[in-house]
Design a protein around this ligand. Sequence first.
Ligand code: NAP
Length: 295
Amino acid sequence: MAEPLFRRLALIGIGHIGSSVARIAREGGEIAAEVVASARTQKTLDRVMELGIADRVERDPGRAVAGADCVMLCAPVGTYADLAAAIAPHLAPGAILTDVGSTKQSVIRDVGPLVPEGVHFVPAHPLAGTEYSGPDSGFVSLFRDRWCLLTPPPGTDEDAVERIAELWRRCGAMIERMEPNHHDRVLAIVSHLPHLIAFTICGTADDLADESRGQVLKFAASGFRDFTRIAASDPVMWRDIFLNNREALLEMLARFLEDAQAMARAVRWGDERYIEDKVERGRKIRRSLIELRQA
Ligand code: NAP
């Protein structure tokens, strides 16, 4: 077994993502010799101790990070500015501060200026997750064969970047480096817009008269069901993602609306070729995903 990468890993937020990292650290011991966890509520921390996925829990994030050589923010991105201000005075010199947030420009904007001299800041985003949340929902294989994107600001210590890359490799992930603004645009189209559409379509169905709503749920198997799975995600997490990737999301939404209008026009005028072509492109994308083992 490899030596643990870090002496002490502090997880600030231990829900779906944080508890998956904690489970991996506990199971193999190759990430960190010791795991300390912090969360917003005592209920979550009590549950973490019951599950036995951390060595110690601390309600106060400052106490949780003291003496840790790696600190990972795993809370909703809207909490990052306050959390960074709370932990900054307690971060150990030489420690690496990283995160798992789904938006990257906002994280660099909110956390970057608060990182003390001598602490390395390596923003990251594992592209893995389900619609479940909380410490019970994590599992050790969550990141296996998934991408983890690293968006270190210019001038970041290369050793620190490599150690975070290695942490995610030991979680089973594949690594790619990206510019933060590119990350936010790519994620807007592959993740944030699909969620926006799923929440919207479920809302539209829910607004229909009671009778039709019953029918929607009864016959949901036809495609609506897949939207409801995506729409079951955590409201606070998604509110924070939308508000912290506002520009890219609105740009992708505008493009989508144009394309949806074009499809509406094709349907109105019976443009068979246009409709077939779009469906065929969808099938091709699905086949490529399967080939890339990301389906
Ligand atoms: P989650 O299951 O809802 O867990 C969130 C955790 O953050 C909980 O432990 C919660 O504590 C804690 N928390 C909330 N507000 C806090 C605060 N003010 N101070 C300290 N802790 C706080 O969420 P998740 O799915 O793990 O997502 C966490 C992060 O990962 C988010 O930034 C998200 O964008 C990112 N991410 C999520 C996914 C996904 O699919 N789920 C994928 C990739 C990245 P309590 O339980 O006590 O409220």
